[in-house]
Write a protein that binds this ligand. Structure first.
Ligand SMILES: [Cu+2]
Length: 692
């Protein structure tokens, strides 16, 4: 029993397995369990395993530079004009056998009458190989012991094979578009995922190689939003539903990002978006397979990325305008967090609802994913900007760090720490099983600096908030200024000093965090202090006002008659896999759950119906204000950045949150869904509409 526990079967699954008959699980030589013949007796959909592989140990962490992205270049107008089917107001996409869709709002028409024509970007969805590390690795088992991968006959260190990604321009993370409000950008996303490069496609990713790119949380017309509700509207008349309601190989879509703040209100200007896949039923596997891109947002009036501009806020950033219309901002660094698990060759890929416990030893060392882990997927290697355990050398000055959680289910909590004795492999500290997640620890790590939070997923905060640590839930962004000249005790940093961004939230399953463990300190990024550098930046006491909420907001929060959406575990007759529901209903894009008139506003109650899970509930189209959590007016101590808006409600167990939001500028179908992407794909989503 103890050994089986190590492969993370739930107790419930264990009971089912043992009830189903003896000998259904075999133990392999490396101490992992492999199910055998489970499917025949357990029946479809009723049983699945939570076993994830033990990734090989990365032997030389913190040797590889953190990739710091630079701005993607737009396509010159002369080139775009020569395209076979150039972008235009009546040419929004190319779908085989269909007339093109149209843009509902194009620059030159109110309310964007004075906006220039968009800069045009081209992003190809491509199959490529990706290296999470250049370090040799040591194959280990779930006890942390050296082990021989199946069929190799030796346990010596080795190099990893490349993992197969489906990436924006074949990279992970994908390109970064630096975006300035009032300067529209149009991105042509083209599907080239049918082009083979010899890498194994493995067993996850939309089976028809489709994509649907969503700019999270753009104030975007429905047809450019890339959501499976509007995709149903687009593709259902063509007889294409589910994953076929998306852009397949040979097809493309022009997503138009106008840079028009909701209501024309500068207080609605946002700060950091990301774009990622949103194919119905395959968002988790497509995102995990690499469909992640970044879009830092700049405000031409007060936050244009130029710390010397005395008319602005002077947040850290040295701007260089490029001749192609793009611009780069130094000292302004996006950090994309993503956890992965690499195949150990002995962990089953299939469970009772899809197979018989098959393993794939030939995929050893490549990314591993199962489409339906009931809890949500968590990996044991934590990466930043696509690399495991990278190093960032910083100048001695202030930086703006933009954090994004692009993980499937993992919630992080970050602190800045110093360590005298450095990092140690978790297995060398005696840890085994789930405690190996993260691979390394800094046992003597102590907090050494604070974060000054300036923005959350709803843009700049009204005032900065000083924080010792902060949580980062899936899809959320939080931005901070960190001053690398001085420790929090007042002593100056010195060249070659080392510190770490450390994850202190132990979360061994995708359900929610484990009980608090002060020994859980996983270093994810090493920071090395470099030379001095000029610094003209400031952290002003006031950043930006937040848009108003109606005076009756608190009364509304107590009103039990407002629309309520309760997230809960349940069963659906539609599909045995659909067990994540909202108000007891599985996602059905043909029946929007609620409609709103354009330019109206509403209160919604979002509730976590269960105590055993957390759910990051994301609502498209406009950010919302949190009015109250569990009846307590926002902001509360746990959420000091509720002073601003947000687009993901981080629902603690059994939490009840009342939000206020508006529905402006566009019409069409949008969605709201859990951003634990396994939950989303197993139906925790609803469609909703804005009507003229
Ligand atoms: Cu969820």
């Amino acid at each position: 029993m103890e050994r089986l526990d190590r492969v993370r079967l739930t107790r419930r699954d264990m009971l089912r397995l043992t009830a189903g008959g003896a000998g259904m699980f075999m133990l392999t030589a490396s101490g992992l369990a492999v199910s055998s013949g489970v499917g025949a007796s357990a029946g479809g959909g009723s049983l699945y395993i939570e076993a994830f592989p033990t990734s090989p140990l990365i032997l030389r962490p913190f040797n590889e530079a953190l990739p710091v992205p630079t701005a993607m270049a737009p396509i010159p107008k002369a080139v775009v004009d020569g395209w076979e089917s150039p972008p235009g107001p009546d040419n929004q996409d190319f779908v085989k056998g269909a007339a093109p869709h149209t843009h509902q709002l194009w620059p030159g028409t109110a309310p964007v009458a004075d906006f220039a024509l968009p800069l045009v970007y081209q992003i190809k969805l491509e199959v490529a190989g990706h290296d999470f590390t250049s370090s040799p690795v040591q194959p280990i088992d779930s006890d942390g012991r050296d082990v021989s991968p199946p069929g190799t006959g030796n346990s010596r260190p080795r190099m990893l094979p490349q993992s197969t990604i489906y990436g924006f321009n074949g990279t992970f993370p994908g390109p970064m578009i630096n975006f300035e409000y009032t300067k529209p950008a149009l991105v042509r996303f083209e599907n080239h995922l049918d082009v083979d490069n010899g890498l194994p496609r493995q067993d996850f990713g939309a089976p028809n190689f489709a994509f649907l790119t969503h700019l999270h949380n753009g104030h975007t017309a429905a047809e450019s939003d890339g959501n499976p509700g509007q995709a149903y509207v687009r593709f259902n008349p063509l007889g294409r539903t589910a994953e076929r309601a998306a852009y397949e190989p040979g097809e493309h879509v022009d997503n138009l990002y106008l840079g028009y703040p909701a209501g024309g209100d500068d207080r609605e200007i946002q700060s950091f978006f990301w774009f990622h896949d949103h194919v119905h039923g395959h968002t988790s596997d497509n995102v995990y397979k690499g469909m992640v891109g970044m879009m830092p947002l700049y405000d031409p009036k007060i936050d244009r990325g130029d710390e010397t501009d005395t008319s602005g806020l002077r947040l850290p950033g040295v701007r260089t305008d490029n001749s192609d219309g793009s611009f780069d901002v130094e000292y302004d660094v996006p950090l994309v967090f993503y956890d992965t698990a690499l195949d150990d060759g002995v962990t089953p890929h299939k469970d009772a609802h899809t197979g018989h416990g098959e393993t794939r030893p030939e995929w050893w060392g490549r990314t591993y994913f199962r489409h339906l882990p009931n809890h949500g997927f968590v990996g044991d290697i934590f990466t930043v900007n696509g690399k495991a355990f990278p190093v960032l050398e910083v100048k001695r000055r202030k930086y703006r760090l933009r954090f994004l959680n692009a993980s499937i289910a993992r919630v992080y909590q970050f602190e800045l720490m110093r360590s005298d004795r450095g990092y140690k492999a978790a297995r060398d500290l005696g840890y085994t099983g789930d405690e190996l997640q993260g691979q390394y620890r800094v046992p003597d790590g102590e907090q050494c600096m604070k974060f000054v939070q300036i923005a959350c997923d709803g843009g700049l905060l009204p005032e900065p908030v000083v924080r010792d640590s902060f949580e980062l839930w899936p899809a959320k962004r939080r931005e901070f200024v960190v001053d690398f000249t001085t420790y929090m005790d007042g002593t100056p940093t010195r060249k070659n000093d080392e510190l770490y961004i450390v994850d202190v939230m132990k979360m061994t399953t995708g359900r929610l965090w484990d009980s608090q463990d002060s020994k859980y300190k996983v270093p994810v990024l090493k920071i090395v202090i470099g030379d001095d550098a000029p610094d003209n930046s400031l952290v002003p006491a006031k950043l930006r006002e937040t848009p108003d909420v109606p005076a009756d907001a608190l009364a509304a929060a107590r009103d039990r008659s407002i629309p309520t959406f309760e997230l809960e575990r349940g069963g659906s007759k539609a599909d045995a896999e659909f067990e994540w529901l909202i108000d007891g209903i599985a996602f059905d894009p043909s029946h929007p759950a609620i409609s709103a008139k354009r330019d109206s506003e509403s209160y919604w109650r979002i509730a976590n119906g269960g105590g055993g899970w957390v759910h990051p509930l994301h609502i498209h189209q406009e950010e919302h204000h949190v009015i109250a959590r569990n009846g307590v007016p926002a902001p509360d101590r746990r959420h000091p950045d509720d002073t601003a808006k947000e687009d993901v409600v981080a629902l603690d167990p059994s939490e009840d949150v009342v939000i206020f939001r508006r529905f402006r500028t566009f019409v069409g179908t949008y969605v709201a869904h859990c951003h634990n992407l396994n939950h989303e794909d197993h139906a925790m989503m609803f469609a909703w509409q804005i009507l003229p």
